[in-house]
Design a protein around this ligand. Structure first.
Ligand SMILES: Cc1cc2nc3c(=O)[nH]c(=O)nc-3n(C[C@H](O)[C@H](O)[C@H](O)COP(=O)(O)OP(=O)(O)OC[C@H]3O[C@@H](n4cnc5c(N)ncnc54)[C@H](O)[C@@H]3O)c2cc1C
Length: 337
């Protein structure tokens, strides 16, 4: 039986007649239906996910994804929800968060972290042990899995600069298996990782799920590491990153147009430009904020209007970095803008 988009309680019915709840009773207790995604995104917008769960073992995750695959239920993987705009209509199918995968360990100069570990915790853990390499990521919202998937970049350091390998759950020859993915230079780029895909593809399983990642670090003086972390966090605070709910930079900033996206938006006179409760931050062109009552649709419309205005003025087509997910009324649903 296939999953029918638009029938919101379909996934609940499928879940009620499957065996996973009996096999994994602790997992079953954590399942939520119609879970508001405002609770799981830093933008604090988004309608409900039909089904939401945070598995805490590879066995639970594999059982869930296999079941959803058999039933053709689309699956969205999330971490900290800090780079996501979920539509006001919510997510049809299942939203599986890796937030409970929080292991951390060290072998020689390789630190291994579970996908759900907040990046900030990983950075502090390394600093306490005098391990350098990740301190520029201090204050970055979100999880290790999300940072690897997005190839997050902070203060001239990308995740790919320190990434060594990852354990990934992949759908291969009809089943989910854990694979080790080593770093290959050519698979990484600016905000690009080999794990990226554009959302669920029920016919061939979910995209690869990062379970854990290993980073190369080097011994260094703890005070020096802490000083870098402090500088990064203070700079974020000064730039107003945490003043209002947001998802950080809205547009990619690869300077392909010779200047930052923020500067291009500033020069187009769009600072403070508002649609409903969404606003281009009055102090930073590339930060779109939720003034308190924004809907996902406000954010989407604001993004489109900024892109159009910039294109008409400069000929530059800004590309969103933030991932737009869920059901949108427009044709280009479930894709990055
Ligand atoms: C105030 C603020 C400042 C920010 N500053 C920066 C910055 O300086 N630099 C920067 O690069 N980003 C920045 N961001 C954006 C964001 O924090 C990063 O992109 C972060 O790495 C996303 O991690 P997450 O766990 O929240 O991912 P989510 O938002 O949960 O997910 C993002 C994408 O990753 C996928 N994903 C998440 N976890 C996994 C997994 N385990 N396996 C496979 N796919 C997965 C999701 O499907 C989704 O497509 C900022 C955001 C905010 C709110």
């Amino acid at each position: 039986m296939g999953y029918t988009a638009g029938i919101m309680n379909n996934v609940r019915k499928l879940w009620e007649k499957c065996n996973i709840a009996r096999e994994f009773p602790r997992l079953a207790e954590r399942v939520r239906f119609d879970e508001p995604m405002t609770l799981h995104t830093t933008f604090r917008v988004g309608g409900p996910a039909d089904f939401y769960v945070e598995p805490d073992s590879v066995e639970e995750l594999t059982a869930l994804l296999s079941f959803f695959h058999e039933e053709s239920v689309p699956v969205w993987i999330t971490g900290g929800g800090s780079n996501l705009v979920i539509s006001d209509h919510g997510l049809r199918g299942a939203c599986v968060s890796l937030a409970a995968f929080r292991s951390i360990s060290l072998q020689d100069t390789l630190v291994s972290a579970g996908a759900g570990l907040p990046v900030d915790e990983l950075v502090s853990w390394c600093a306490e042990r005098g391990l350098s390499g990740l301190e520029q990521f201090a204050g970055l919202p979100g999880t290790v899995g999300g940072a690897v998937y997005m190839n997050a970049r902070c203060y001239d350091r990308s995740v790919s600069d320190v990434f060594f390998r990852a354990e990934v759950l992949v759908f291969h020859e009809g089943r989910y298996t854990v694979e080790v993915v080593d770093r290959k230079e050519e698979e990484w780029g600016y905000k690009k990782s080999p794990f990226q895909d554009c959302g669920p593809k029920p016919d061939r399983g979910t995209p690869p799920v990062v379970l854990s990642a290993v980073f190369s670090v080097v011994p260094a003086d703890t005070e020096t590491i802490l000083a870098v972390m402090d500088r990064c966090v203070r700079d974020r605070e000064q730039k107003g990153h945490f003043r209002y709910p947001s998802a950080g930079s809205m547009f990619k900033n690869n300077r392909a147009f010779g200047k930052s996206s923020g500067q291009i938006i500033d020069e187009a006179g769009l600072r403070g430009f508002t649609v409903g409760g969404a606003q281009v931050a009055p102090w930073h062109g590339n930060l779109i904020i939720n003034r308190g009552n924004a809907s996902a649709e406000d954010i989407r419309r604001l993004v489109e209007q900024v892109r159009t205005a910039v294109y008409e003025k400069t000929g530059f087509l800004l590309e969103t970095e933030v991932v737009f997910a869920g059901e949108w009324q427009r044709a280009e649903k479930d894709e990055n803008l």
